[in-house]
Ligand binder design. Sequence first.
Ligand SMILES: CC(C)(COP(=O)(O)OP(=O)(O)OC[C@H]1O[C@@H](n2cnc3c(N)ncnc32)[C@H](O)[C@@H]1OP(=O)(O)O)[C@@H](O)C(=O)NCCC(=O)NCCS
Length: 144
Amino acid sequence: MKPRPMLFKDLPLVYAIECESFSTPWSLEALKEEMCNSLAYYVVVEKEGQVVGYGGLWVVEGEGEIINIGVRKAYRGQGIGKSILEELIAYGQQKGACQMTLEVRESNEVARYMYTSFGFQVIGKRKGYYNAPKEDALMMQLQL
Ligand SMILES: CC(C)(COP(=O)(O)OP(=O)(O)OC[C@H]1O[C@@H](n2cnc3c(N)ncnc32)[C@H](O)[C@@H]1OP(=O)(O)O)[C@@H](O)C(=O)NCCC(=O)NCCS
C-alpha cells in the first residue's frame, strides 16, 4: 500500500476519485497541469491493480502545503489516507520544509481527525472559503 509518484496514465482514475470526493472537483485539465508544476509532488495508492487514492502537496519557500487527499469511497477506513499523508509529510521534510499547512472544511470530521492525529493544529479560519455548500475552511498547520 506504499504510495508511488503519480503518472499521466493515472489521471482518469485520479479524476474519478476527485469527483467522488469533492463537490467542486478539479478538472482533468487542472490535474494535468499539476503534473507539470515543478513545485508539486503527487502520489497515488494502488489496490488490486487500480488507483484508489491520491494526494499532493506544493513545497514553496520552506513551507509545504497539502493540496488534496482523496480515497475512493469503497476503500476508505483502511489506512490509505494516512499512508498518503505520511508520504507527503516525508517529502516535505526531505525538501527542507519547516512546516506544513492545509485547509479543510469545518464539517469534515474524518479529515480533521486524520490531520490532528498527525499533529496538525488549527491556526485560523477562512470565512466562506468553500462553495457547494458555502462553508468556512479551517487552516491547520504542522511544525516539522
Ligand atoms: C479524508 C480521507 C482522505 C481519509 O482517508 P481514509 O483512507 O479513509 O483514512 P484512513 O483509513 O487512513 O484513516 C485516517 C484517519 O482518519 C480518521 N478516520 C477515518 N475514518 C474515520 C471515521 N469513519 N470517523 C472518524 N475518523 C475517521 C481517523 O483519525 C483515522 O486514523 P486512525 O485509524 O488512526 O483512527 C477520506 O475520508 C476521503 O477521501 N474523504 C473525502 C475527501 C476529503 O475530505 N479529503 C480531505 C480534504 S482536506
